[in-house]
Design a protein around this ligand. Structure first.
Ligand code: F6R
Length: 244
């Protein structure tokens, strides 16, 4: 299984605790580091466990800088489905992070192409990302880098595939309300991160977990590129590991 460090947790709760401990110990090792966060259903338990660790005095967010992987486009920050809103609700409002050092792609940007260039520049100016949390789509996407004929490079505006719109419509009132585009860090941006933690939970991810971990490296399964990264930890729960 290449050089990926694979950890199998007995259930979602254990996966969340292990992930939170990994992130907290990364922050404790580099308290003024740059940390990349993800959204979606999978990391919700991880953020809850991280807030608990914060309340127990086991991690201090006061000096970190953050960059999120992606954001829908266009979307208002005040929209409850925006990733800006998600991060505040699930993590930032509950810990002592400095809100002036939080970065997400701006779903309200007038010029999304310029926003992508500036987002990438901000990551470089911050010295790159020390640790990035990732989830995986049932189609193998990481961030919103959808299956394609070639791996993407830096932060860009992409069109969501129908399967991603289907998977994410559960959060919206109707499918029509799901934005059809998103701004996402590119595969190259993600590969430049120093260390990566990717979480895979539930039986609906068992098939893609196998393709990601045991299949060949192909842009048809964007996550498979991580097999070439030198520091990746994968935490799966039992259900997601069923086909390994
Ligand atoms: C979220 C993101 C996506 C999700 C993926 C899995 O910031 O970039 O790649 O990680 O769609 O989503 P869930 O966890 O909802 O299954």
């Amino acid at each position: 299984m290449s050089n990926l460090n694979v950890v199998i947790a007995k259930d979602y709760e254990e996966l969340s605790k292990k992930a939170a401990e990994y992130i907290a110990s990364s922050i404790n090792a580099v308290p003024n580091g740059v940390y990349g966060f993800a959204t979606g259903g999978t990391p919700v338990g991880t953020y809850k466990a991280l807030v608990d660790l914060y309340k127990e005095g086991k991690v201090d967010f006061s000096k970190i800088t953050t960059f999120n992987l992606d954001e829908y486009y266009p979307i208002l920050k005040s929209n409850e489905n925006s990733y800006d809103y998600f991060m505040k609700e699930n993590l930032f409002n509950h810990v002592n992070v400095d809100l002036s050092r939080i970065n997400l792609p701006n779903g309200e940007a007038k010029d999304p192409a310029l926003e992508c260039v500036e987002y990438e520049k901000k990551i470089v100016e911050a010295g790159g990302i020390d640790m990035q949390l990732l989830g995986i789509g049932t189609n193998g996407h990481i961030g919103f880098n959808e299956p394609s004929d070639c791996f993407s490079s830096s932060t860009q505006l992409i069109s969501l595939t129908q399967s991603t719109i289907e998977a994410n419509k559960r959060y919206f009132e109707s499918e029509e309300q799901v934005p059809k585009q998103a701004i996402t860090m590119g595969i190259k941006t993600i590969m430049l991160v120093r260390k990566i933690l990717i979480l895979i939970s539930g039986s609906s991810k068992a098939k893609i977990a196998k393709e990601f971990l045991k299949g060949s490296i192909t842009p048809k399964v964007p996550a498979s590129v991580l097999q070439m990264h030198s520091d990746v930890t994968v935490i799966l729960d039992k259900e997601a590991s069923a086909e390994l």
